[in-house]
Design a binder for this molecule. Structure first.
Ligand SMILES: Nc1ncnc2c1ncn2[C@@H]1O[C@H](COP(=O)(O)OP(=O)(O)OP(=O)(O)O)[C@@H](O)[C@H]1O
Ligand SMILES: [Mg+2]
Length: 255
């Protein structure tokens, strides 16, 4: 489903954001990517979506080289990838329903969406996604009126109406309080298990990561320094990812 082969990316100023990154993700996997600030987590996700062009190496999504596709083919591949961000990326003054319908843009001709006209099937799909996310009673509220956790659920609903095979979430819980962060992570797990959608989530917090991800990818200075089961992460592996010993005894032995 997803394969990165020896991907390198440097930015002006000499920062190597991705250093020889190779990664294979199978359909239906739930992968959590961890690492300290600047480790290259966001760059990795942006490379998978084609927003960042690698300097060298290959990025294959469903067997297609994302960099070599153009026009219609590129749009088709991209609409199969749902994106979730830390700050939700909603249009605050628009309704929840309108925000979710934006997830259908890739399926409709541009002239129609400019007029804000979506087929009734799309509206139905958006309603279903919202009720699935526990927001059936909020569809006509303005996005601005929702709590952070609710906003993030709207953005997950928007991703779901894309009918994606892959969801990339960049620090989706960084702006949320701990109980809400757990709630959102549980939603990701549910979607992964019930719909079989492959999910890659970037998180700072390895403890949260190990509670929800099956597989942990640890990044440090642009390189993957750990790739394995969440249950095998110990103090030594923590140190290789974060460059320091873990605080407390959580990593004495497997989690
Ligand atoms: N567009 C850019 N231009 C210049 N440097 C960049 C750009 N994007 C990322 N970088 C640099 O690449 C490195 C990796 O950045 P990236 O955003 O991928 O890290 P991250 O692991 O997501 O960090 P954080 O946890 O803070 O979000 C950093 O040193 C960053 O400053
Ligand atoms: Mg980041």
């Amino acid at each position: 489903m997803l394969e990165l082969r020896q991907v390198n990316k440097s930015f002006p100023g000499g920062v190597q954001a991705l250093a020889d990154v190779s990664l294979t993700v199978k359909p239906g996997e739930f992968v959590v990517i961890v690492g300290e600030s600047g480790a290259g987590k966001s760059t990795l996700l942006r490379t998978i979506n084609g927003l960042v062009r690698p300097d060298s190496g290959e990025v294959l999504v469903n067997g297609h080289d994302i960099g070599s596709l153009q026009g219609k083919e590129q749009r088709k591949l991209r609409r199969g990838i749902g994106l979730i961000f830390q700050d939700f990326n909603l249009v605050e003054r628009s309704t929840v329903l309108t925000n979710v319908l934006a997830g259908r843009l890739g399926y409709n001709p541009a002239w129609k969406t400019v007029l804000g006209s979506f087929p009734p099937e799309d509206v139905e799909l958006a309603r279903q996604a919202l009720s699935r996310m526990g927001l059936g009673d909020k569809i006509f509220n303005r996005a601005a009126d929702l709590s952070g956790g609710q906003k993030q659920r709207v953005s997950i609903a928007r991703a779901l109406v894309q009918q994606p095979h892959l969801i990339l979430a960049d620090e989706p819980v960084a702006s949320l309080d701990p109980p809400t962060a757990h709630d959102i992570m549980a939603w990701f797990r549910k979607i992964n298990q019930e719909e079989g959608i492959t999910i890659l989530v970037n998180l700072h917090d390895i403890h949260l990561a190990s509670q929800y991800g099956d597989r942990i990818v640890g990044m440090r200075q642009g390189a993957i320094v750990y790739d394995g089961p969440a249950v095998s992460v110990n103090g030594e592996i923590f140190a290789s990812i974060y460059g320091r010993a873990p605080v407390g005894d959580k990593f004495n032995g497997a989690l």
